[in-house]
Design a protein around this ligand. Structure first.
Ligand code: NAP
Length: 284
């Protein structure tokens, strides 16, 4: 693939950014769809985000994705926000419009919803249980609502954060949000249709999630948002008990698709080849 003088440019802004899989992901699609474009990592310190965005826009970039620590600052800098960004209080996609405005979107909920749907998971008013109350938990609540959860039980190590999250997200969803503490797990698990881990416990370098799956009916699906490692201890245990499982790589791929469409004007396909390339990248 060659990059011409007319190439469409975009990238991912983070600090640090070297761990990001987004360049691999978008460059896979650029090649697969024969797009004259480039997608690059943008290492931007927190205090320079606003001026770096201005420079990228003036240099003709179509927009950027945002990762840690820029998602909340990008939310404040956007001139227009979609409903998902408003609910999340964070932006992972900024589109540079021709009139000079910044359009902020959050595609994490859409990405998780699509990942769950393609795995054949629908809740049809059943309860779902969510572990965690951080940034990813916000997107998870929207996704669980979109796939038909009747009630979302939110369990967090610090229970007060679960209560705050439920209050903040309640106006955005149809599902009933029920904040609980971690020790409410056995009661919460009993009739749940889907368990989602949106904590960072189980991530490479972090302690393993301390959770006994015994109270969970085997009919319940188990999803972990973590993709490094791809098979967390939670997913391994769930598989061994016969639960349907979904790892975090699907969410990562599907949340990137709307960004690619916005930057390059082509709706990309999530394929087994893309997944294989990302799995290889995770192993190195
Ligand atoms: P965050 O805002 O820092 O929140 C971390 C959450 O994990 C908090 O609820 C925290 O509880 C909880 N936690 C941390 N250590 C714990 C432990 N040892 N036991 C129980 N709970 C613990 O992080 P985030 O941005 O929401 O990300 C959470 C996870 O989602 C990360 O692993 C991230 O990689 C993953 N993620 C994946 C995708 C994807 O595309 N697949 C997208 C976004 C995020 P307290 O509130 O009690 O501290």
């Amino acid at each position: 693939m060659s990059i011409s003088g007319k190439a469409l440019c975009a990238g991912v802004a983070g600090w640090p950014v070297s761990h990001s899989l987004s360049p691999r992901l978008h460059n896979h699609w650029l090649k697969a769809h024969g797009v004259d474009g480039a997608y690059v990592p943008l290492a931007i310190p927190r205090e320079h985000l606003a001026e770096a965005l201005k420079g990228l826009r003036l240099a003709g970039f179509k927009g950027v994705n945002l990762t840690i620590p820029h998602k909340e600052a990008a939310f404040s800098l956007a001139h227009k926000l979609d409903a998902a960004a408003q609910a999340a209080g964070a932006v992972n996609l900024l589109i540079f419009r021709e009139d000079g405005t910044l359009e902020g979107r959050n595609t994490d909920a859409e990405g998780l919803g699509e990942s769950l749907r393609t795995a054949g998971i629908a809740l049809s008013d059943k309860p779902a249980t969510l572990l965690g109350a951080g940034g990813a938990a916000r997107a998870t609540i929207l996704a669980l609502d979109a796939i038909g959860a009747g009630e979302i039980r939110i369990l967090n190590r610090h229970a007060d954060r679960a209560a705050t999250l439920a209050n903040t997200l309640a106006p955005f969803v149809k599902a009933k949000l029920k904040p609980l503490a971690m020790n409410d797990w056995p009661a919460a698990a009993r009739d749940t249709g889907l368990l989602v881990n949106a904590t960072s416990a189980g991530m490479k370098g972090q302690p393993v999630l301390d959770l006994q799956l015994d109270p969970l009916p085997t009919s319940a699906a188990v999803c972990d948002l973590i993709y490094n490692p791809l098979e967390t201890a939670l997913l391994k245990n769930a598989k061994a008990r016969g639960h349907k499982t979904v790892d975090g790589l699907g969410m990562l791929m599907y949340q990137a698709a709307p960004s690619f469409a916005a930057f390059y004007g082509v709706t990309p396909k999530v394929t087994p080849e893309l997944r294989a390339e990302l799995e290889r990248a995770l192993q190195t």
